[in-house]
Design a protein around this ligand. Structure first.
Ligand code: EPU
Length: 421
């Protein structure tokens, strides 16, 4: 297993290119199961999760390959399969979003139930509720969701759970509804930019969807969808991660190919702390000149502060004088990074679903362990300013969602290298 070694203390400066959004690519790749025609998806970064989705599409009888930031998918009509096996689903929860497309297109699906998850309890009851409402007959058998239907039929579905809307739940139900007979209304739909991106992909395929970008989606089912050529949006979480990496070092960065429109809550909080964020000839400039101020952050569904930025924001607050409070309202247990940050000298206390962060003067490098994708990013950020050497193990988590992070950071002046093991 590879490790990252970081020598903290360098100020980040320069330009960084933001990759395509992983969380757009994955459901969009699943949506190619809805057509018999080839699809081309552009701006797809070479990430572990993308390769897992390619393997899954292949196991479902599709031809799928990644080359030069582009994914090509072509259905092999006679060889289509409807089984998403445990060994793939267990490595990537997003695999569950093949369920809706398989049920809509092939009228049957067997998809392994996703297993436990380190960021907390992650049920799929809303996905199943929506697909049942559309007329899917759904059973759980031997660890698999077994779904079948004669024909899905449009209906009215309320898709809210105890923590609000569901991103992949909305994706799954929307992908099923586009081929259902008649009209579907999804109430409390998620409206994250990645859900909007998927909806735009489906529109291009010939789907009829109204209310995109709102919490109520109105979908008129069509008989078939066509293959398309589509470019995914930039990754707002990767962009936010580099903003914080720059800010924590007192740096000056230009983010290229990022979209500030998708980052309102993150930009607002960073500005409150004293980070300067401006647009500069179509790029985003992030600069920090003064001491940072503590903030209160609560994660919420979009357009609220994203849970996928919570750990990185916490890393920034560890060295911000004063008391910051970070409350998690999407995954109340998503705090695996707290103990590791404390090992580096941070002073963070957990109180239910809130972390109380008392800013310290400096962090000190230590061997730490990555536990999930965003927690890993937080440890990298902390390592950039820690005194001495930080050694992060289990960075395969990082490779699931950040393209060549050590290369991008090195180019900005960080002393960071990958140790192959
Ligand atoms: N929930 C339910 N029932 C469901 C589905 C979700 O109660 O059937 C709850 C979850 O337990 C959670 C909340 O609803 O408390 C929101 O979860 P959501 O379904 O929106 O999460 P997801 O769709 O499984 C996506 C991202 C995650 C991101 C969340 C929240 C992808 C591939 N994953 O997951 O990204 O944290 O939305 O924004 O899009 C990451 O990239 O590191 C990552 C974990």
């Amino acid at each position: 297993m590879d490790k990252l070694i970081i020598e903290g203390g360098n100020v980040l400066k320069g330009e960084v290119e933001i990759s395509g959004a992983k969380n757009s690519c994955l459901p969009i790749m699943a949506a190619t199961l809805l057509t018999d025609e080839p699809c081309v998806i552009r701006n797809v970064p070479p990430l572990r999760d993308i390769y897992t989705m390619i393997r899954l599409l292949k196991s479902l009888g599709m031809k799928a390959e990644w080359s030069n930031y582009t994914v090509f998918v072509e259905p092999r009509r006679k060889q289509r399969k409807y089984l998403a096996p445990y060994h793939l689903v267990k490595t990537m929860r997003a695999s569950v979003c093949v369920l809706g497309p398989l049920l809509a297109k092939l009228h049957k699906a067997e998809v392994s139930m996703p297993g436990g998850c380190v960021i907390g309890h992650r049920p799929i009851d809303l996905h199943l509720k929506g697909l049942s409402a559309l007329g899917g007959e759904i059973n759980i058998e031997h660890g698999y969701v077994v779904a079948k239907t004669k024909q899905l039929k449009g209906t009215r579905i309320y898709l809210g759970g105890p923590f609000g809307s569901s991103v992949l739940g909305t994706a799954n139900v929307m992908m099923a509804a586009v081929l259902a007979k008649g009209k579907t209304l999804i109430e409390n739909a998620a409206c994250e930019p990645e859900v909007v991106d998927l909806a735009n992909f489906l529109l291009k395929m010939g789907a009829k969807i109204k209310g995109i970008n709102t919490h109520i989606l109105e979908i008129e089912g069509v008989k078939e969808l066509k293959g398309v050529d589509y470019t995914v949006i930039p990754d707002r979480i990767e962009a936010g991660t580099y903003m914080i990496a720059g800010a924590i070092t007192g740096g000056d960065l230009i983010l290229k190919s990022a979209n500030l429109e998708h980052m309102g809550a993150v930009v607002d909080k960073l500005r409150q702390t004293g980070v300067e964020i401006n647009t500069d000839q179509g790029n985003i400039r992030v600069k920090r000149r003064k001491e940072l101020k503590p903030v209160e952050v609560t994660t919420l569904p979009y357009p609220g502060f994203p849970t996928d930025m919570q750990a990185q924001m916490m890393a920034l607050m560890t060295v911000t004088e004063g008391i910051s409070v970070i409350t998690e309202k999407i995954y109340p247990d998503r705090f695996m990074h707290v103990a590791e940050l404390n090992r580096m000298g941070a002073e963070i206390m957990l109180e239910g679903a809130s972390a109380i962060v008392k800013g310290v003067k400096s962090l000190s490098g230590a061997p730490v362990m990555a536990s999930d994708l965003r927690a890993s990013a937080a440890l990298v950020i902390a390592g950039l300013v820690a005194r001495g050497k930080t050694e992060i193990s289990r960075i395969y988590h990082l490779d699931r969602g950040y393209e060549a992070m050590e290369k991008k950071l090195s180019k900005l002046g960080a002393r960071i290298r990958r140790l192959k093991e």
